[in-house]
Design a protein around this ligand. Structure first.
Ligand code: UDP
Ligand code: MG
Length: 315
């Protein structure tokens, strides 16, 4: 039985040697308990600017089970995970970060859980967000509340991309070949029986996170737009509401005009302006929302590849 471990790497020269050692420990322990289990390590270099590439090549030179894919530039972690899954030949396939935030020590237990046959996926979920800016945790929690209210699929708060999956699951994920990939949603969308293992937040061993607040914010919007069309309905509902309110207002004035016999209303300039500004804002917002979706249709319709490879290990 082959187990593939996929590691997306972007500027990870500091963490890679530590991770590789940990992976070798897992392999050693696992093959001692069950000699039937073989491993392949797939490193996807997502256009790093540091020594990541040469470190990976060095691993590959000394270790036959190290495979790699190098991207021609930085395509993002989503693309790196996709490339890794395409390359993986294992019966079980895991994805883990290079920075040790996804503890490799959990892998043996995950393998056992899949072996039991009760689950198709074992996924990690962090139950604390210590070491993370407070404001970021707050926004993250709001995001999960919001997206879960709008989407049909349940996206677990704190779920990481760290997971061990059976072949069938990975094939299902690969069959979703959209360009704007939001993995947290894709993982939930394909379904299968998932076991959650919980762990506390671990800080990265070296280097720094590639996520700024704004990148995360864009990512959240991308996730919502990718997985639900619910926001489009806001415009419809608001439209109904204002049309109805306008109608009632009209009736009211009409009846009042008849009763009071006043036919020339010229006052009300500020209220008129407020209404115009408010409605204009709403209309622009609705247009922007539609634009978000159209933009994505445009990008998908170009059907560009998800990543470009510059170099790859031979199988
Ligand atoms: N990563 C990647 N491409 C990117 C950004 C990140 O392959 O454009 C990898 C990175 O090397 C790491 C993982 O994705 O292995 C998670 O990145 P990071 O630790 O920066 O994210 P965080 O853990 O802070 O969410
Ligand atoms: Mg990290």
């Amino acid at each position: 039985m082959l187990i593939s471990l996929i590691v997306p790497c972007y500027n990870e020269e500091g963490s890679l040697p530590i991770l590789y050692e940990a992976l070798c420990d897992v392999r050693k322990a696992e093959s001692e308990t069950d000699p039937d289990k073989c491993f392949e390590f797939i490193f996807v270099n997502d256009g790093s600017r540091d020594k990541t590439a040469s470190i990976i090549k060095e691993f590959a030179a000394n270790d036959k089970s190290v495979k790699y894919v190098f991207f021609s530039r930085n395509f993002g972690k989503e693309a790196a995970m996709y490339a890794g899954m395409q390359k993986a030949k294992g019966d079980y396939i895991a994805i883990l970060d290079a920075d040790m935030q996804d503890p490799p020590s959990l892998i043996p237990q995950m393998i056992k859980d899949l072996d039991s046959g009760e689950y198709d996926i074992v996924a990690a979920r962090r139950v604390t967000r210590e070491g993370e800016p407070k404001i970021r945790s707050w926004f993250a929690r709001r995001f999960y509340k919001l997206i879960n209210r709008m989407c049909d699929v349940e996206i677990a708060d704190g779920a990481r991309d760290f997971r061990l999956m059976k072949r069938e699951v990975v094939d299902a994920i690969l069959s979703l070949n959209e360009r704007q990939r939001f993995s947290k949603g894709i993982f939930a969308w394909v379904g299968f029986r998932t076991k959650w293992v919980e762990h506390v937040n671990v800080e990265r061993v070296a280097g720094e996170t590639k996520w700024s607040f704004w990148k995360l914010f864009r990512y959240a919007i991308d996730g919502i737009v990718a997985f639900t069309t619910a926001p489009l309905r806001i415009a419809t509902y608001a439209g109904f509401f204002f049309a109805f309110a306008g109608f009632v207002y009209m009736l009211y004035y009409f009846i009042r005009a008849i009763i009071e016999q006043i036919w020339d209303h010229v006052a009300g300039y500020p209220s008129l302006l407020c209404f115009i500004l408010f409605l204009g804002g709403l209309i622009l917002m609705a247009l922007g929302l539609i634009g978000e979706y159209i933009g994505r249709i445009y990008i998908e319709s170009k059907a560009r590849p998800i990543y470009i490879t510059s170099e790859e290990s031979k199988d």
